[in-house]
Structure formats: C-alpha cells, structure tokens
Design a protein around this ligand. Structure first.
Ligand SMILES: Nc1nc2c(ncn2[C@@H]2O[C@H](COP(=O)(O)OP(=O)(O)OP(=O)(O)O)[C@@H](O)[C@H]2O)c(=O)[nH]1
Ligand SMILES: [Mg+2]
Length: 316
C-alpha cells in the first residue's frame, strides 16, 4: 500500500498527493515512512514564498503566477497558509472561483491550511509538503502566507525566493518594515498599481530598501509594478524569479542554503527526540527533589545540571 502510494505520487496523482499531505499533517505512523522515503529527493522543486499584509492581493497574484506557469507546462504545487484565503473561504466569491478554477488544471495541485491546527507544526508541514512536491517531480512549490506571524516568517525563510506583496496605501511599507518583511524580500511587488499613489509608494519603498546592507556582490531586490487582477506584471515577476534563481546558482547559494536548511531540520528533529528521552517522569521527579536542595542551599545549580546530564548519559 505504502509503495503503491509512493509510486502514485511520482505519477503526480492528485489523490495520492492529497493523501500523503493529510498523513503528514496528522503526524501519523505512515507519515514517518513517507517522509523517510521522500526526503532524499529534496531540491528538485523550486520553492517560492509569496507573503505580505492581509488583503494585499497575494492570492490573486499567486493565481496569476500559477496560471502562467501551468500554461508553460510546468507542474506547480501550492500551499496556502491563510485562514482568510479564497481556498478556505472568507474572500469574495470571484476570487474563490478563480482559485478553484486554476486548481482543476491537471498541472496544478492546491492545498490550503489554517495557520493553526497542524499537529506537526506549520513550518514543518510546509517544508514536508514541499518534499512531497519534490518527490512528485513538480517544477515549483509556492507558499502563500500572510506576513504577520513568526511561523509565516519562518516559512518565508525556508524557500528559495521570497516575494513580498505590498499595495500603494500609505503606510503599507512602514508596516511591512515593522513586520520584518523588508529583510526577507528578494522581490517586491507593488500590487494594485491601478490605484492612486503607486509610483510614490514605489519610490518610498526604494528609499527604505536602500538602507538594506549590501555590497557589489549581493542581490538588489527589484520592485515590480503589478495589477494582479488584470495579470499585469506577472511576466516580469516570473523573469525576476528566474533571475534570482540564477543569482543564487552563480554564487553557490542555492545548494548551500538548501543544505543548511536540511541540516537545521535534522538538528531540530534530534533535539526533539533527545528532549523526549531526557524528560522522563522519573527525571522530572528527580529535578523536583534537586530543586528543593538548591533552595536549601545544599546543592548549586550547576551541580544539579551536571548530575542530571550524567544520569542521562549513564542510562544511554
Ligand atoms: N484594484 C485591484 N484590486 C486587486 C488587485 N489584486 C487583487 N485585488 C483585490 O484585492 C482583494 C484582496 O485580494 P486577495 O488576493 O484575496 O488578497 P490576499 O492578500 O490574498 O488576502 P488575504 O489572504 O485575505 O490576506 C480582492 O478583492 C481582489 O480582487 C489589483 O491589482 N487591483
Ligand atoms: Mg489570500
């Protein structure tokens, strides 16, 4: 059954992919086997994060970009981490219809998830979902997240190219700066440029970005003027994503960063495992007793730390 599921994933079978993602989301026994099998194929699918303030047009832009990629015969997986996204409801009917239309394209797989509620943690799910798309042989994985919470920023940090979507509304850039979006953006999109003040907003964004630390070798984030609703600026966005990818490859950063992320992920898993093994009921009790002794000034803090670490070492 397991082998069959994996084989179907490599055939880009949408049902099999959906099943694998559900197993991973629920942290089941099977998911561990799936992850073991698929995680060595990481790196084939180019990962793009699309983030920005609520309502900036991230879903509309994602939809337009996905449509373009699918028309170019690429396979695209989309993870929308967004409680108010058109995938999960909450948006205007038109947006929802547009998104579900693109989701029925044979080259496109869309999965939405609420930012809370994943047992394994949002960031972990996002990266493992990307692995599933990798294994399936998809060309691109796109994450749509609202750039406000820490886990959303973490996701932005685990992709190859981060696109930050802003709108001309006054103060938007300042807000984005506060939310930490200025540091993580590789490409900025000034969406809703059909509205007044777009050029001015681009100028002030340029000004803010000029304070970002850089030298002649570093990537200067471009700003793209877009009207996602009318598919304007999408070709340029695609070209800039490719340019950024080329830049990463030329500077040996693509593989390097992917390996670093993989390393961090393994370390995180090891820490979790060790913590679980360390903090048994017994050792928790022992700690309570030792704390009493610290308060009675019979033991020092560092002695207690060493004793507990030793008790763990001697048991293993
Ligand atoms: N005028 C104009 N409206 C746009 C444009 N792009 C998107 N919109 C509208 O802006 C609204 C929000 O768009 P979404 O794509 O849902 O924005 P979002 O950033 O995904 O929103 P959340 O996921 O709720 O944070 C919708 O009503 C879109 O139709 C644009 O280029 N111009
Ligand atoms: Mg959205």
């Amino acid at each position: 059954m397991n082998d069959n599921l994996l084989m179907k994933i490599t055939q880009k079978d949408k049902k099999a992919i959906a099943r694998a993602l559900t197993e991973i989301e629920n942290n089941t026994k099977l998911s561990e086997k799936i992850i073991d099998e698929i995680s060595s194929s990481f790196g084939k699918s180019y990962r793009i994060g699309i983030t920005g303030p609520p309502g900036a047009g991230k879903s509309t832009l994602t939809n337009a970009l996905v449509k373009k990629l699918a028309e170019m015969n690429f396979f695209v997986g989309v993870i929308a981490v967004d409680p108010t996204s058109p995938f999960t409801g909450g948006a205007l009917l038109g947006d929802r219809i547009r998104m579900s239309e693109i989701g029925t394209h044979p080259n496109v797989f869309i999965r939405s998830m609420a930012s809370r509620g994943s047992l394994g943690g949002l960031t972990r799910f996002a990266s493992e979902a990307g692995d599933v798309f990798d294994y399936a042989g998809f060309d691109f994985t796109i994450y749509e997240t609202v750039g406000v919470g820490q886990s959303e920023l973490d996701i932005a940090n685990s992709v190859d190219t981060t696109v930050v979507v802003l709108v001309p509304e006054s103060g938007d850039s300042i807000q984005a700066m506060k939310a930490g979006l200025m540091e993580i953006g590789d490409i900025f999109v000034m969406n809703k440029s059909d509205r007044a003040g777009a050029d001015q907003a681009i100028a002030s964004l340029q000004f803010i970005l000029s304070f970002r630390e850089h030298d002649e070798k570093s990537w200067l984030p471009p700003i793209i003027k877009a009207i996602a609703l009318e598919y304007k600026g999408i070709d340029e966005l695609y070209n800039k994503i490719l340019e950024h990818k080329e830049f990463l490859i030329k500077n040996d950063l693509l593989e390097f960063r992917r390996k670093q992320r993989f390393k961090a992920r393994i370390k995180e898993l090891i820490s979790t495992q060790l913590k679980k093994e360390l903090w048994t009921l017994e050792r928790n009790k022992l700690l309570d007793e030792k704390i009493k002794l610290i308060f009675e000034k019979q033991l020092s803090l560092s002695t207690v730390v060493n004793q507990l670490v030793d008790s763990f070492r001697n048991n293993n």
